[in-house]
Design a protein around this ligand. Sequence first.
Ligand SMILES: *Cc1c(COP(=O)(O)O)cnc(C)c1O
Length: 387
Amino acid sequence: MLPFIRSDLAQFSAYKPHPSSDTNQAVDSSTHIDRLDTNESAEDLPPQLKAKLVWEYQELIENNRYPDGGHEELKNAIAAYVNESAHLSPSVFSAANISVGNGSDELIRSLLIASCLGGEGSILVAQPTFSMYGILAKTLGIPVVTVPRDETNFAIDLQAAQAAMETTQSPPIRVVFVVHPNSPTGNALTNPELAWLRSLPEHILVVIDEAYFEFSQTTLVGELAQHPNWVVLRTFSKAFRLAAHRVGYCIAHPDAIAILEKVRLPYNLTSFSLAAALLVMKNRQVLLESIPQTLAERTKLIQALRQNPALKVWDSAANFIFSRLQAHDSVSPSVDIKTIHQRLKASGTLVREINNGLRITVGTVEENVRTLKRMQAALASLECVSH
Ligand SMILES: *Cc1c(COP(=O)(O)O)cnc(C)c1O
């Protein structure tokens, strides 16, 4: 360890991004590599929109100039979309309710800096959930309190959560992070969970991450006015097909937005990313047309995977599904899930192995057919080994 580095950082490992190069060696060049491990959209922008973006880069973006650091045009477009998609009047949210980040990851970090830094607060998460809350908190020296979920439906253990709120000290819990619907498990917030969030006092920041809103079509933005301590996060990385551009946004009370604007870096988005985000907002209709097909493919994939008695497959409100091996005596589910994950990878399908299960992104029709075929083969080979 370098002697000038904060001592608590020694124990952390860096977030492992897409395992690109090593996986390409695992399969021969004729095999399709299906990247179903990060819940991106299966499709790039349609060619005419990609061409439009290229044109904007060519004609409008000056490489020698700093980007628009105020994001005003994009914020207006996002506010209009948020109102429209939640069936609210066009005046409910405006640019003053929006802050834009370099991915929602930046916004998560800004929220942590603004609320908990300097020993002022801990955060609460219910495991399993999106890993970045804990990772980012720890790199800032912010303690992470975890509570479990029900193993059958992944509902948050609300008794444990309430007890943690009441007993955690030095520092007390300042922020509760929930994903709606949750990753990796795909379940939306339940009525008891919502009632609990509504009951939290105003000195607790409630972060509702709606990264998969376009797939779930359920949102809590309509309740933000009654709860000035709630913020909603969204991203352009999933349904809007812009994972490469790193754009996320926060919807909140203008006072909370003002703080986020203070904390962020002045030019946190590149001119190209701003152009891409604005382009997808202007063309949202056409991009959102593909959502029903993704949802239909999700249903098909779940039903087909459930044909296999070795698998337990949960319902999902997002563009991915969560699956585990059915408990059975002769084998160890945790070892076997790793084997299945490796076999899928060797046959060209990348999925996320997480919390004793697999999180599988819903892909194109062709990709999903291959997922089923390769899953069948991986499970069959496991049967051979264990008997
Ligand atoms: C994918 C995802 C995000 C998006 O992060 P970006 O930094 O915007 O790419 C945020 N939250 C959750 C739960 C996600 O799954």
